[in-house]
Design a protein around this ligand. Structure first.
Ligand code: B1M
Length: 222
């Protein structure tokens, strides 16, 4: 890997957003993911190379450290922010169609549920994994999920629920989507959700954490 890609990867892994960002203290006054991604593009590095060789592996490292409880939510959010600051420069290329994404991922927190911290982490990690993420937000009705899936054929659907009461709405959404689009893939997660519940409601996969979600999507397209 070339020097600038290695530096971008380190910035993302350790949450160095830009030069003025004081975090992490041992990278103070150094360029962050923001400046380095812009420079890499200016020097002719392809956007998909920055994504595949720097951002994706760095976010995978972050996800694995989080799964192993070596880092916690704040560090993961800083890493995701650093990744987003690089993505700002890459997005125009992806949006113009010049560079292809791996696929589309529609995500939301189910109806009645306002918790979005975990859902946002999953969305960020999946975006860092090279997917286009359509984030419908919180308290998303079955109808809204169905509309988004209709508008984005072939998209994988992700449902998050944090309350035992709203898990029931997950079941409703899964049933409605599977009836209309039997071939669609649905991934579910959230603190009260389990593998057994996933099997019971006919979703395709349960992941306890963002990295598991990224790995599931990765194997869908490999
Ligand atoms: Co709420 N809340 N809350 N809350 N809240 C919980 C979930 C609760 C366990 C607290 C408790 O009582 N101990 C409890 C639920 C009890 C239950 O149902 N069994 C609870 C309750 C009761 C409530 C209210 C009803 C309280 C009230 O008003 N009486 C109310 C409900 C509002 C509503 O949604 N309608 C409520 C409100 C809130 C706040 C608004 C104040 C706030 C949410 C702010 C926000 O999200 N923007 C809040 C918070 C912060 C929490 C706790 C403290 C933290 C949740 C969190 O963000 N965790 C929570 C207690 C706790 O968990 N310690 C609690 C960190 C986050 C990174 O983890 O979301 O689990 P998590 O996501 C993980 C995994 O689950 C997974 O990846 C993430 C990273 O590892 N994951 C997925 C998540 N989604 C995934 C999707 C996937 C794959 C993996 O694929 C698609």
């Amino acid at each position: 890997m070339n020097d600038i890609l290695e530096k971008i990867a380190l910035c993302v892994e350790f949450g160095k957003i830009n030069k003025v960002s004081p975090y992490p203290p041992d990278m103070k006054d150094q360029d962050g993911a923001d400046e380095l991604a812009k420079r890499a593009l200016d020097e002719g590095t392809k956007p998909d190379e920055i994504l595949d060789k720097a951002l994706v592996p760095a976010m995978a490292k972050v996800g694995n450290k989080f799964s192993r409880k070596e880092i916690y939510v704040p560090q993961m959010l800083m890493a995701a922010k650093a990744m987003n600051s690089a993505m700002v420069h890459l997005k125009p290329y992806f949006q113009s169609g010049e560079t292809k994404r791996k696929g589309k991922f529609v995500i939301g927190t189910v109806s009645g549920d306002l918790h979005d911290i975990g859902k946002n982490l999953v969305a960020m990690m999946i975006e860092g994994g090279g997917w286009e993420v359509i984030d419908l937000g919180v308290d998303v009705s079955t109808e809204k999920f169905m509309k988004a899936m209709d508008e984005n054929p072939g998209a994988v659907l992700g449902l998050s629920a944090l309350l035992t009461t709203t898990m029931e709405n997950m079941k409703k959404t899964v049933a409605a989507i599977k009836e209309k689009q039997p071939g669609s893939k649905i991934l579910i997660g959230g603190a009260p959700v389990t593998k057994e519940y996933c099997e019971k409601i006919g979703a395709d996969y349960y992941s306890p954490d963002p990295q598991g979600a990224v790995n599931y999507l990765k194997q869908l397209v490999s």
